[in-house]
Write a protein that binds this ligand. Structure first.
Ligand code: ADP
Ligand code: MG
Length: 633
């Protein structure tokens, strides 16, 4: 060892979140410990790619060692495994920042999720996502990281047993890689299998066979390296030469997820712009899908050089897609900031987006069940595109799947819906709310059911926004069943129930006027309904203005000052209504109570509360008392 300045030795405590994460690692929540190697190799490959990028502007960084490489060195006698790269390396401050804190927003969000999860859920959650460097402590009781930032001549040694503190001190240059990072794992007794060459080789091939940097193993100190992965970029190979397992392996290393991809999109665009895309729809939901800060995760390469993963190659509504685009015509020396503005990139964005959507469409056609799984995971996000991406609205509507009154358990497409329109039906009817089961029980659907008219049930918050942005599908507008007149009179009923033609029609009409007077300002109107068959009342919104569900959402988000008053619709053929209408002036007070209670019933069925809880209680008590009159007296 050459002399180093011991005064620079410092000992530091891990940030609290890191300490927590480490505790979980050590107490091994991962059943599959092999994944530590994937994490370290992935970091090493990232470091090589970052160097490749920085070297475009500063070729001096490469020195006389231009070829990126990752080397795994075994020392069975010392029970250690070393993962070394000749990538960008880390300075003192970078070491402290990267390995002492959770700088990574993804890792932070992951921690929050873990915190929130209970018992068994934790294990599956952790099993699903990579958490990076700290996974080394699953297999090692001490980890040393010796790193030298490219272009500098100082090396630093970071060391920790993963129990709350770490130290950083200057490393002797003789013990420091010429450039890059050496991670030395002092393996636990239980992890000594990682000093067996064949074990390592098998794991590397299975997990990291397609990282774009070659990987070699050195079997014992002093031995020659043997290459176990060639670093050839998978996406540059011919599709016919790639096996499904290769894609899965690549997907796992690029997405940091451990499931199977649900769809693989691999194509080469030629012509005006030349680029290759290899992208995947994950088999399960990434945990941060709804994190508002979550960016797209498509990596941008130029001629196999990694440039950035912040180019936002895909629109937000495809943010669940993982993968990369490798362009042959973007200039290599363009800055990351400039790239955003490049017309070439915007052509690539268009091309990749269209291709992904058309592959999804093909899947929907050929393998509806696989597509249904994708829809279950990501439909909510895809639907954002219906109002975000006007140009592709039709394509996205065609991809969309819905629960409907015809099939609340399986998914229906709009094509299916339009194919089964009823005689004289001119619109696509929908009911929006926040829970499918409650929607299904809504009185608004009765008149539609009686006519066999299918109604789409929309239970995602996003639905109210796109559906009211006035889309239509195959010329049919979307229409809320809780808004405006139902227009059902022209569609023949299919049920056998006959509308009792009431000679008391006149009485009922004046009862409606009576209700209107009683409720006064609380409602915009009271009118007869043709959407009710079994329930006495329901609330609807006027033709103009927002649908009631959207109104609630806007009000909840503070984006609506005054909510419009609802219209109360009355079922003229309902027994209760007809009987109430036939009561005379002696029962005026009782009829007033009933009018208020009917209004409150309609509110409750819409998931709201009675107008005035105390009055509601009192009215209900009076009406019940009258019903019980004979028994009580
Ligand atoms: P992630 O890779 O998702 O950022 P990690 O926990 O795997 O999270 O790594 C944390 C950070 O440590 C990386 O972002 C990187 O800055 C740094 N790092 C880890 N390994 C290396 C390495 N071999 N070379 C350079 N930097 C590294
Ligand atoms: Mg990592």
């Amino acid at each position: 060892m050459t002399a180093v300045d011991e005064t620079k030795h410092e000992s530091r405590a891990f940030e609290a979140d890191v300490a927590k994460l480490l505790h979980m690692m050590v107490h091994s929540v991962y059943s599959d410990k092999d994944i530590f190697l994937r994490e370290l190799i992935s970091n090493a490959a990232d470091a090589c790619e970052r160097l490749r990028y920085e070297a475009i502007a500063n070729t001096g960084l490469l020195g006389d060692d231009p070829t990126p490489r990752i080397t795994l060195t075994i020392d069975a006698d010392k029970r250690s495994l070393t993962v070394e790269d000749n990538g960008i390396g880390m300075s003192h401050d970078e070491l402290v920042q990267a390995l002492g804190t959770i700088a990574h927003s993804g890792t932070k969000a992951f921690m929050d999720r873990i915190e929130a999860a209970q018992g068994g859920d934790k294990a599956t959650l952790i099993g699903q996502f990579g958490v990076g460097f700290y996974s080394a402590f699953m297999v090692a009781d001490r980890v040393d990281v010796i790193s030298r930032r490219a272009g500098t001549d100082e090396g630093w040694l970071w060391s920790s047993d993963g129990k709350g503190t770490y130290s950083v001190s200057p490393a002797a240059l003789a013990d420091t890689p010429g450039r890059g990072t050496r991670v030395v794992l002092h393996l636990m007794e239980s992890a000594k299998a990682y000093t067996e060459r064949f074990t390592l080789e098998r794991i590397v091939k299975a997990q990291s066979g397609h990282v774009p940097v070659p990987i070699a193993i050195i079997e014992k100190p002093g031995a020659a390296p043997t290459e176990v992965a060639d670093g050839a970029a998978l996406w540059t190979k011919q599709k016919s030469d790639i096996k499904a397992a290769d894609y899965t392996d690549f997907y796992r290393s690029i997405a940091g997820q451990f499931d199977e991809p649900a769809l693989t999109v691999h194509f080469r665009a030629e012509g005006r712009h030349e680029y290759t895309t290899l992208a995947f729809v994950p088999g399960s939901r990434p945990f941060d899908l709804f994190d508002p800060d979550r960016k797209g995760r498509i990596k941008l390469y130029v001629k196999r050089v990694f440039i950035t993963d912040e180019a936002e190659v895909l629109p937000r509504y495809l943010r669940f897609i993982r993968g990369l685009v490798d362009s042959a015509d973007l200039p290599l020396n363009v800055s990351r900031e400039m790239i955003q503005e490049s017309p070439i990139l915007s052509a690539i964005r268009k091309g990749v987006t269209s291709h992904v959507l058309s592959d999804l469409e093909k899947l929907a056609e050929k393998e509806p069940e696989s597509f249904a799984k994708i829809w279950e995971n990501f439909g909510v996000v895809l639907k954002e595109g219906i109002y975000d991406d006007f140009e592709r609205r039709d394509a996205l509507l065609a991809l969309s799947r819905f629960k409907t009154t015809a099939s609340a358990s399986s998914w229906r497409s709009l094509k299916d819906y339009v194919a089964s329109l009823k005689e004289n039906q001119t619109a696509i009817y929908y009911l929006a709310g926040d829970d499918i089961a409650r929607l299904e029980a809504s009185p608004h659907l009765e008149g539609f059911r009686a006519r066999g008219v299918e109604v789409i049930l929309l239970a995602d918050p996003i639905d109210s926004f796109w559906v009211t942005s006035a889309p239509s599908f195959e010329g049919k507008p979307f229409k809320s069943v809780t808004q405006g007149a139902a227009d059902l009179a022209l569609i023949p009923r299919i049920d056998t129930k006959q509308e009792k033609s009431s000679e008391a029609d006149k009485a009922v009409t004046s009862f409606i006027t009576f209700i209107k007077e009683t409720l006064g300002e609380a409602v915009a109107d009271v009118r007869p309904s043709d959407r009710l068959t079994d329930s006495p009342v329901c609330l609807v919104a006027s033709e103009l203005g927002p649908d009631r569900q959207l109104e609630k959402l806007l009000a909840g988000a503070g984006r609506l000052k005054t909510a419009a008053k609802p219209i109360l619709e009355i079922n003229l053929h309902h027994d209760i209504v007809m009987t109430l209408a036939s009561l005379g002036d002696d029962d005026r007070a009782f009829k007033q109570d009933a009018a208020h209670l009917l209004f409150d019933e309609a509110r409750i069925l819409d998931g709201e509360r009675p107008e005035d809880a105390r009055m509601f209680g009192e009215r209900l008590a009076r009406v019940l008392k009258r019903g019980l009159g004979k028994i009580i007296a």
